[in-house]
Design a protein around this ligand. Structure first.
Ligand code: ADP
Ligand code: MG
Length: 278
């Protein structure tokens, strides 16, 4: 299951991962009020859809005043945002996250993903922040640092330092990076997340670290242990037919055109896909 950025940040905050203050709203009026609540200064109006690439698609706007925040929210709400992750049909913007503005010195990538080959959570980090990690992996794979975490021990301080130095963080930020990574790892383990991506992880002009974007995905089979996370499911972000199928515990995946794939078992699913393609 996927959740929105504002929800992921709510969870991460509980685990001590540093995020900025912000508020989710659904109307332009509330966007203006939220911007005022945040202090009335620079804020960012961010479309909440289950897809990345919003910045490039015009879904992230820097507002200098609460009135500007209201205007941007009005422009975004109800429109369909097409990013390189939504497919050509795009996704309708129904929610907006109004967040404090951040004075960015540099953007990094930090991700944690369950690596099924090693049965461990692998930390991935890159100095190429704000860019798709898949792109970095293809273009310059040497720029991705990886650390596999021993589940019995957790993230070793030495691993946190290796990443911090590998990213070229300033000396005074290294310990903050270690704490950040440990907090993020705890969030992943305790929520049964299968993926968390902080892109960008930002070094501020005061040499602090902040998660400026957050994506989290959870293992559906573990959701029974996390009623609070299960309640974050946003059905309007999901395919209608897949939602209907999930009510009956059916594994149904909608495909292009007028076909879909309904199977039980990963091997059978792959074989079915091969036959369809063939
Ligand atoms: P997406 O990945 O969907 O494009 P992000 O949340 O990563 O959306 O935002 C895109 C870019 O917008 C970031 O790389 C960052 O440069 C900028 N940005 C996002 N949030 C803020 C913020 N609170 N303050 C300043 N800039 C921001
Ligand atoms: Mg991002």
């Amino acid at each position: 299951m996927n959740i929105h950025e504002y929800q992921a940040k709510e969870i991460l905050r509980k685990y001590g991962v540093s995020v900025l203050n912000g508020k989710m709203v659904t109307t332009p009026q509330d966007a203006e009020a939220a911007a005022k609540e945040l202090g009335g200064g620079l804020c960012v109006v961010k479309a909440q859809i289950h897809a990345g690439g919003r910045g490039k698609a015009g879904g992230v706007k820097l507002a200098k005043t609460p009135q500007e925040a209201r205007q941007y929210a009005q422009d975004l709400l109800g429109t369909t945002l097409v990013t390189h992750q939504t497919g050509p049909e795009g996704k309708e913007v129904q929610k907006i996250f109004v967040e404090q503005g951040c004075a960015i010195a540099k953007e990094f990538y930090l991700g944690m993903v369950l690596d099924r080959a090693t049965s461990r959570v692998t930390i991935m980090a890159s100095s190429e922040g704000g860019v798709e990690i898949e792109e970095v992996a293809e273009r310059s794979p040497e720029k991705i640092l990886r650390e596999a975490v021993d589940p019995a021990v957790g993230v070793g301080d030495f691993q946190g330092r290796k990443i911090a130095y590998g990213l070229g963080l300033p000396q005074e930020t290294v310990n903050k990076a270690v704490a950040f990574i440990r907090a993020l790892y705890r969030a992943v383990i305790e929520t049964d997340a299968s993926l968390v991506e902080i892109n960008p992880l930002v070094l501020t002009q005061d040499n602090d670290l902040v998660a400026l974007d957050a994506k989290m995905s959870f293992d559906d089979n573990a959701l029974f242990r996390h009623a609070d996370i299960r309640d974050m499911r946003d059905l309007s972000e999901e395919n209608e037919k897949e939602v209907a199928a999930s009510e009956f515990d059916l594994n149904y995946i909608t495909l292009d055109g007028n076909i879909g794939c309904m199977v039980n078992g990963a091997g059978l699913a792959m074989a079915t896909m091969d036959i369809i393609k063939h």
